[in-house]
Design a protein around this ligand. Structure first.
Ligand SMILES: NC(=O)c1ccc[n+]([C@@H]2O[C@H](COP(=O)([O-])OP(=O)(O)OC[C@H]3O[C@@H](n4cnc5c(N)ncnc54)[C@H](O)[C@@H]3O)[C@@H](O)[C@H]2O)c1
Length: 334
């Protein structure tokens, strides 16, 4: 496979990041865009030198020039599209959340295994320099044993509209949109522990829609560390940029966004602020570009992605458990 052909599905907000990421890579071509956006899709294709535009998803099957797809559609279509492509021998990158339920995620994993396909999920924070700095810190043991973490994904005085606030298309609200990032980020930093118990309070408090915009989730990992995750849209305040994580260990404390750490030294704390590359935006293009680069490397070498199907489905298991806990008022054991 000299030149890798990728079909892009969706031409909305996040598809631009993927198109830019793919355009930076040698020997990668996007021959076709599939979108329902009409004229806007034509403009998108023009901008990134994509020769063809279609609104017929099935026309992407059976083409010699398509080795993989990037699915950047509303969440409802992630699983059915991914499974159809994998069944037809095509590798898949799918945006987060991987699917609208853990069960769907499990089916996708079975399809990937049965058809020997790569299935990568867009948990792009795994490719961020600051996230990796904090992860290395935790994994090196400098913070000691991690006892608790606090993380969030919250939009202040802003929230999405359209399909994002339609349960049928999105599967869930702020937890499925923002909370999934916070869950996967802390799980990655902690070395991918398994969730044991989930307890949550989730509500719709800021808008007239059938999805959640406010959530607090408590996860107990198999390491016995406990993570609190907050998700939200339209909140009046949050602790920093739209996402952040704090980790509390027996030997020290670390903060991701802003990124620094504090080491216990007797009665004192020494603060260390690392030199990190400047960010143009909180969700910087460079994260998405590295994510696409990794996807292409996995395609070329047929290796498992860092943000793979197991990682994506584990987040969904936690999200499903959180919704169940919020509904029943009980702790859900996984
Ligand atoms: N990782 C991130 O930082 C991040 C950020 C934003 C969105 N996302 C995820 O990306 C996905 C897309 O979000 P977005 O903000 O780009 O949405 P969007 O509304 O901006 O774009 C959605 C695109 O999907 C297309 N589409 C809709 N239904 C389709 C169908 N049935 N078949 C083919 N195409 C279809 C639309 O035409 C549109 O181009 C979602 O899963 C979302 O959760 C991830």
């Amino acid at each position: 496979m000299d030149t890798i052909g990728i079909a892009l599905i969706g031409s909305g907000y996040i598809a631009h990041y993927h198109a830019r990421g793919l355009a930076e890579l040698p020997d990668v071509k996007v021959p076709v865009l599939c979108s329902l956006d009409g004229k806007a899709a034509e403009e998108f294709a023009g901008k990134y030198d994509i020769e063809e535009v279609t609104d017929q998803i099935n026309s992407l099957l059976g083409r010699e020039d398509i080795h993989a797809v990037v699915i950047a559609t509303p969440n409802k279509y992630h699983a059915p599209y991914a499974m159809e492509f994998m069944k037809n021998g095509i590798d898949v990158f799918v945006e987060k959340p991987m699917a609208v339920s853990a069960l769907q995620g499990k089916e996708m994993i079975e399809f990937a295994r049965k058809n020997n396909r790569i299935l990568m999920v867009g948990h792009m924070w795994r490719f961020d320099a600051e996230v990796n700095y904090v992860r290395d810190l935790v994994q090196s043991g400098k913070l000691g044993e991690i006892l608790k973490t606090k993380g969030y994904g919250i939009h202040v005085n802003w929230g999405p509209s359209g399909w994002f606030v339609d349960k049928d298309l999105a599967g869930g609200g702020a937890l499925a949109d923002m909370g999934v990032h916070a869950i996967d980020t802390v799980r990655y930093i902690l070395g991918d522990p398994q969730p044991k118990e989930v307890y949550a309070k989730i509500s719709t408090s800021f808008g007239d829609y059938d999805v959640d915009d406010t959530g607090i989730v408590m996860i107990t990992w198999d390491t016995e560390a406990v993570s609190i995750i907050e998700s939200g849209w339209w909140h009046p305040h949050t602790d920093g940029p739209e996402a952040g994580t704090q980790l509390f260990g027996t030997l020290g404390y670390a903060s991701l966004f802003p990124t620094f750490w504090e080491k216990k030294k007797g009665d004192d704390l020494e603060k260390i602020v690392p030199d990190m590359p400047e960010r143009k935006e909180h969700c910087d293009q460079v994260i998405y570009s590295r994510q696409m680069k990794h996807f292409i490397e996995c395609l070329r070498n047929h290796t498992s992605p860092l943000s793979g199907m197991i990682q994506g489905q584990t987040v969904l298991r936690i999200v499903d458990a959180a919704y169940e806990s919020a509904r029943t008022g009980k702790v859900v054991k996984l």
